[in-house]
Write a protein that binds this ligand. Structure first.
Ligand code: AMP
Length: 214
C-alpha cells in the first residue's frame, strides 16, 4: 500500500504520516527529513540541497526524484510506504507513477490535509523539532514536558532554519504555485481524500483513519 500525504507546510503532514505509518506498519519516507539527514552528515546530496532549502524553494527534480525513488526501492519499502513531502510538483508525481507501474504497483490513496494560511503561519512560527527523531511540537499548542527536550526520545529540540517568517512565506508561495496542482491531479485519478486539518492531532488522526477505511 502506497499512501501520499499532501498539504502545505505546517498542515500536519509529518505528524499524521508518522502516525499512519506506525498503525499500518509501513515505512515513513519524508523527503525533507532525507535532505536534512544528508545535510547533517555533510554528504554530496546534502551540500547540493542546502542552498535551495535555505531559500525555501524546491530542490531540483532530478536530485529529489533520484533520492526518493532509491529510498522506495529499498527492501523495507517493498510492502508499501507512507510518502510525506513527495511528490511536490507534477513532474515528481509522474516520475513516481511511472516508477511504481514498472513494478505493477500504484499509489492507493492521497491524504490531502487542508488548513487555512493564517493557521499555517501560526503553526510554523511556533514549531520546534527534535534533532534526533524529527518529531515536531508547538511552543503553545503542544509544549514539551521538559523544556527544550523531545517528549518522545529526549532529544534536543530546535527551530528549523527555514521556519523564519521570510522562508515560511516563500515556502507557502512555492506550495500554492507548484504543489497545489497535485490536488487536481490526484482528484482526477479518484485517489484524493480531503481532510479538514483543523483540530488537535488525535482529532485529525481520527478523521484520516476513518477516510482510509478504519
Ligand atoms: P519539508 O521538511 O517537507 O518542509 O521540506 C524542507 C525543504 O526540503 C523544502 O523547502 C525543499 O527545499 C526541500 N524538499 C523537501 N521535499 C522536496 C521535494 N519533494 N521536492 C523538492 N524539494 C523538496
Amino acid at each position: 500500500m502506497y499512501i501520499i500525504f499532501l498539504g502545505a507546510p505546517g498542515a500536519g503532514k509529518g505528524t499524521q504520516a508518522a502516525e499512519v505509518a506506525r498503525k499500518l506498519k509501513l515505512v515513513h519516507i519524508a523527503s525533507g527529513d532525507l535532505f536534512r539527514q544528508a545535510l547533517e552528515q555533510g554528504t554530496e546530496l546534502g551540500i547540493k540541497a542546502k542552498s535551495y532549502m535555505e531559500r525555501g524553494v524546491l530542490v531540483p527534480n532530478q536530485i529529489t526524484i533520484e533520492m526518493v525513488l532509491e529510498r522506495i526501492s529499498a527492501p523495507d519499502s517493498k510492502r508499501g510506504a507512507i510518502l510525506d513531502g513527495f511528490p511536490r510538483n507534477l513532474e515528481q508525481a509522474e516520475a513516481l507513477d511511472k516508477a511504481l507501474s514498472r513494478e505493477d504497483k500504484a499509489i492507493d490513496k492521497v491524504v490531502y490535509i487542508k488548513v487555512s494560511e493564517e493557521e499555517l503561519l501560526r503553526r510554523l512560527s511556533g514549531r520546534w523539532v527534535c534533532r534526533q527523531c524529527q518529531t515536531p511540537c508547538h511552543a503553545t499548542d503542544s509544549p514539551p514536558r521538559v523544556p527544550g527536550r523531545c517528549d518522545r526520545c529526549g532529544g534536543e529540540l530546535y527551530q528549523r532554519p527555514d521556519d523564519t517568517e521570510e522562508s515560511i512565506r516563500k515556502r507557502l508561495e512555492v506550495y500554492s504555485v507548484e504543489t497545489a496542482p497535485l490536488i487536481d491531479y490526484y482528484r482526477r485519478a479518484g485517489k484524493l481524500l480531503e481532510i479538514d486539518g483543523v483540530g488537535g492531532v488525535a482529532e485529525v488522526a481520527g478523521k484520516i483513519t476513518a477516510a482510509l477505511g478504519g
